[in-house]
Design a protein around this ligand. Structure first.
Ligand code: 5AD
Ligand code: SF4
Length: 460
């Protein structure tokens, strides 16, 4: 077998896409390696969301230049592939700045990767220049029609892409340009993939989409199914224990099926990542979010009422063009009202081609830095308080792997917290009740509830 190395940046969908690319190449004789200098093909799966992420791509691509050259010098195959959203947005620029890149493939074209690699190899054999094969089209046919079912035999938790693209065009965001228009996969296709994952031992599925709450397809009965109906169907799969979905948009959340699913389906985890970006209506309008802070609070209230133990998460951007101290205070005020379980916050980063990049009144970096620190102080405090509220409680934890220390296993709580478990028994692969004894900003700690059977014979 030849060797394939994949480096993934960015969101969970890139993680899913990287796995699928690796799987597509396996029948062509490539197995995964962790050693980049050993790779016959190296794929860098890139993220374009903020400038920092994009710059990382270019430095990473530079790092791979020497590995590729070494392979070629030794007369072996050595190909460098740039995939993902930077490939989509800046394919030609990559080929110009890094002419040694052999293949550039956008996120909607990676089902063509084996063919593109064959094309690159043919041109290396027949002439001495760089092949520079590029495909950043948005093809009419869906890449999912060309994809084998995933191989998740070694994992308990798996991603499943159900929706891609975005039609919302927030003024700061590149996603509508890099991932294209909203597209929902058919329910039959998704259910088949979910059943296949569960048959392989997967216990938790996270449904993915850039705008997962905009999921919409025809139901088998002829009506429409949104994300709520889909979750309810997936919950019927025997052996599946946990369902999550991300990322949602406040504008699509008042789906009665979804609210009902959170109320009555125990497999649907009590955790919702619902980005708001800002708490100021003026800024929300400038961002083209098409909702107010009040509407966002109403959505949160509805979900809290349906599932009182729901934990909330969000994304925030500080220093969006025109953001005043008063706007920023409104964001802090919203955070105090909602009380988050966790959240991500970013400094606004102008992205070429997006409407906000050319707005007047860009906020200076030193003010962005101060606001980021202030928002994170508050969010981290809320996260610590949220985690501390579990001390003394017993919660079901999906135990995923052994930890680095002796007698330690690592798992995930229903609220997606990492849990360090002290246990002399191997409890990996199970959902075990854990007594939480301590908590930090990013972790809960605990021990299995005593009296539990971890196998037919072993009692804790
Ligand atoms: N600058 C800063 N943060 C951004 N995000 C998206 N675009 C930008 C940008 N130009 C953040 C948003 C989004 C998350 C995935 O990344 O908060 O929800
Ligand atoms: Fe980007 Fe807005 Fe679409 Fe989210 S909803 S992917 S932030 S454009």
């Amino acid at each position: 077998m030849k060797k394939l190395y994949v480096k993934t940046y960015g969101c969970q969908m890139n993680v899913y896409d990287s796995d699928r690319m690796a799987q597509l190449l396996r029948p062509h004789g490539y197995e995964m390696t962790d050693a980049p200098d050993d790779a016959n093909i190296a794929i860098i799966n890139t993220c374009h969301i903020r400038e920092k992420a994009t710059e990382k791509t270019f430095s990473e691509v530079g790092r791979f230049k020497k590995y590729r050259a070494k392979k070629r010098k030794a007369g072996e195959e050595g190909l460098l592939v740039v995939a993902g959203c930077v490939a989509q947005a800046e394919g030609a620029e990559i080929m110009r700045r890094a002419p040694y890149v052999d293949v550039v493939v956008g996120p909607q074209a990676y089902h063509r990767l084996p063919e593109m690699i064959a094309q690159a190899k043919r041109s290396i054999e027949t002439f001495t220049g760089n092949p520079q094969v590029i495909d950043t089209d948005f093809p009419v046919e869906s890449k999912f029609d060309h994809m084998p079912l995933p191989d998740s035999r070694s994992s308990l938790s798996s991603f499943l892409s159900i929706q891609e693209g975005c039609d919302k065009f927030c003024a700061f965001c590149v996603v509508p340009y890099t991932r294209g228009a909203e597209y929902s996969r058919s329910a039959a296709e998704i259910l088949k993939e979910a059943e296949h994952l569960v048959n392989q031992g997967v216990k938790e599925i996270t449904l993915l989409g850039q705008n997962v709450s905009a999921y919409k397809v025809q139901s088998p009965q002829g009506g429409t199914w949104g994300i709520g109906a889909l979750c309810t169907e997936i919950a019927n799969i025997e052996g599946l224990e946990r369902i999550r979905y991300t990322t949602s948009h406040p504008r699509d959340m008042m789906d009665p099926d979804l609210i009902e699913a959170h109320r009555s389906c125990p497999k649907l985890m009590p955790f919702l990542h619902l980005p708001v970006q800002s708490g100021s209506d003026r800024i929300l309008e400038a961002m083209n979010r098409k909702h107010t802070a009040k509407r966002y609070e109403e959505v949160i209230e509805v979900f809290r009422e349906a599932r009182p133990d729901m934990g909330f998460s969000s994304d925030f951007i500080v220093g969006f063009p025109g953001e005043t101290e008063e706007d920023f205070e409104a964001t802090l005020e919203l955070i105090r009202k909602i009380n988050y379980a966790q959240a991500y916050s970013f400094k606004y980063s102008p992205r070429p081609g997006t409407p906000a990049a050319t707005l007047d009144l860009q906020v200076p970096t030193n003010i962005q830095d101060i606001r980021l620190e202030r928002i994170q102080d508050l969010l981290f405090q809320q996260q610590r308080d949220f985690n501390n509220s579990f001390v003394g409680k017993t919660i079901p934890v999906l135990v995923e792997k052994l930890g680095n220390q002796k007698n330690q296993c690592l798992g995930k709580s229903p609220h997606q917290q990492s849990v360090q478990i002290e246990s002399s028994h191997d409890i990996v692969g199970k959902i075990i009740n854990i007594n939480i004894t301590d908590a930090g900003l990013k972790v809960l700690m605990g021990r299995p509830e005593s009296g539990l059977y971890v196998s037919d014979k072993t009692k804790i």
